[in-house]
Design a protein around this ligand. Structure first.
Ligand code: DAH
Length: 343
């Protein structure tokens, strides 16, 4: 076969080629257009072609290259269109989207957000702080003596090999964090998780949530505390809710009190939740002990203030009729998806 005949055969082959898929098309490209294509060696035979045929041979060479290029482009376009159409067959752009499973808020978050919302409306700023705390902010600054049972290894989770770093046992540590970094007036609420080494049961857990409140300014009185808490109780549990302050003891407040609200489940008539007393305990509170102010670098001769701290889980459980605190930490979707909230 002469180089001429060879070339003509190639041109015929190019015309006849019918690659049906991407792979066959790639084979075609490699054969006729790749760096080792079969046309290349023929162009080397150019000089053996008699002079009078050189022109024709050159034209044929060019034709072979152009045919291969054109055929390749055409086939490629066809294959791409076919692929698009295949997808298009079952792609309906007007179809409604696949439903996305919507989450719902956790009952503890709902309750905590309500508390934050209520205090935000009267100017309390949210202060969030660390859960791994040091001994000073959690206990010492808060006037909790060395021999206080809360400091016991039995109650507090200390970090491994450390007697000074711990998981905060209450959000009162945020009081110390705030007072050592800000000057009065201070008006904050501190929501967050706290930890205590307690046996897990239907009533208690080793982790739970609190919201702390702190107000420091000139001339803050117990009446301010009482009024603020009454406002909270009515917003949280309904207009007409009564509050009752019982004398109590906390190392960081003096005087200290515990606050009950009239039972919002039975309207104080007596039920399981209020144990037939008509009252439910909600929080601890008091006037910030001058020693605490002093510890944190605030002059108790000039400033005074009040503080309070409440548990979130108990309030959520009462409100939603949940009788086992463990449900709040198990994250069973069947339980969690029952709660709806705007907050
Ligand atoms: N920190 C206390 C606790 O965990 C709650 C508490 C009581 C906070 C009185 C306060 C307070 O700020 O004034 O039991």
């Amino acid at each position: 076969m002469t180089v001429f005949e060879n070339l003509q055969q190639i041109i015929q082959d190019i015309e006849a080629a019918q690659p049906q898929d991407v792979e066959a098309l790639e084979q075609f490209r490699i054969k006729y257009l790749g760096s080792k294509n079969i046309i290349k060696p023929l162009s080397k035979g150019f000089r053996d072609v008699p002079n009078e045929q050189k022109k024709e041979f050159g034209q044929l060479l060019n034709k072979a290259k152009q045919d291969a290029e054109q055929k390749f482009q055409g086939l490629k376009d066809n294959l791409e269109t076919a692929a698009d159409e295949a997808v298009g067959d079952d792609l309906d752009l007007t179809a409604p989207a696949e439903p996305i499973a919507l989450g719902s808020r956790h009952p503890v978050s709902i309750t905590m957000n309500r508390i934050i919302d209520i205090f935000s409306r009267i100017g309390f700023a949210v202060a969030e702080e660390r859960e791994i705390e040091d001994d000073w902010h959690n206990f010492t600054a808060m006037n909790t003596p060395e021999d206080h049972p809360a400091r016991d290894m039995q109650d507090t989770y200390y970090l491994k090999n450390s007697t000074s770093m711990l998981l905060r046992t209450h959000t009162s540590s945020v009081q110390a964090r705030t007072m050592t970094t800000q000057q009065p007036p201070i008006r904050i609420i501190a929501p967050g998780r706290v930890y205590r080494n307690e046996t897990i049961s239907a009533r208690s857990h080793c982790q739970f949530h609190q919201v702390e409140g702190l107000y420091i300014d000139k001339d803050v009185s117990f009446a301010d505390l009482k009024q603020t808490l009454l406002y909270f109780a009515e917003e949280m549990y309904g207009v007409g809710t009564k509050i009752r302050l019982r004398p109590s003891y906390f190392p960081f407040t003096e005087p200290s009190a515990e606050m009950d609200v009239s039972c919002f489940i039975c309207d104080s008539k007596g039920c399981n939740v209020c144990k037939y007393t008509g009252w439910v305990e909600i929080l601890g509170c008091g006037m910030v002990d001058p020693k605490v102010l002093e510890n944190c670098g605030i002059d108790p001769e000039i400033y005074s203030g009040f503080a309070f701290g409440m548990g979130v889980e108990r309030q959520a459980m009462m409100q939603y009729g949940i009788n086992d605190i463990r449900l709040l930490f198990e994250n069973d979707v069947r339980f969690l998806q029952q709660f709806q909230s705007a907050l």
